[in-house]
Design a binder for this molecule. Structure first.
Ligand code: ZN
Length: 109
C-alpha cells in the first residue's frame, strides 16, 4: 500500500503564554487541573518550550482547587453562573475583597 504511513500529529497548537503556534509534538501540555494523566474528555492547553521553562513551578496555593470546585458548584451552566459562583466562593473563603476606595468612591471633594 502506498502512502499508508500515518502522519504524525502535526497539528499546530498555540502557546497560551506567548501566542506562538508550534507543532503539537513540540509543545508541552499544560493541564490547569494539574493532572495530566486523567484525560477524560479534556482539552489540554499548550505551552512552547520556552514558556514552559519559565513557568513558575511554585505552589499556587489553592487557586486551582478553588476553580475546580467552583466549576462543580456552578454546574457548568453558563459563564455567568461560573463567575458568580467564583465570586461567592472567594468571599466565602477569603472574605470580602477590600474595596479600592479611590476608584469606587469617586472623588472625595
Ligand atoms: Zn510560548
Amino acid at each position: 500500500m502506498w502512502g499508508s504511513r500515518r502522519d504524525r500529529d502535526r497539528s499546530a497548537v498555540v502557546c497560551i503564554a506567548c501566542g506562538e503556534s508550534l507543532p503539537r509534538e513540540d509543545a508541552r501540555e499544560y493541564d490547569k487541573e494539574g493532572d495530566r494523566w486523567s484525560r477524560r474528555d479534556k482539552e489540554f492547553e499548550y505551552l512552547c518550550k520556552e514558556c514552559y521553562r519559565e513557568l513558575s513551578h511554585q505552589p499556587r496555593g489553592d487557586l486551582e482547587e478553588l476553580l475546580t470546585d467552583v466549576e462543580t458548584a456552578a454546574g457548568g451552566d453558563s459563564q455567568e453562573a461560573y463567575v458568580e459562583a467564583y465570586q461567592n466562593e472567594v468571599v466565602r473563603r477569603y472574605g470580602e475583597p477590600e474595596a479600592d476606595t479611590e476608584d469606587t468612591e469617586g472623588r472625595s471633594d
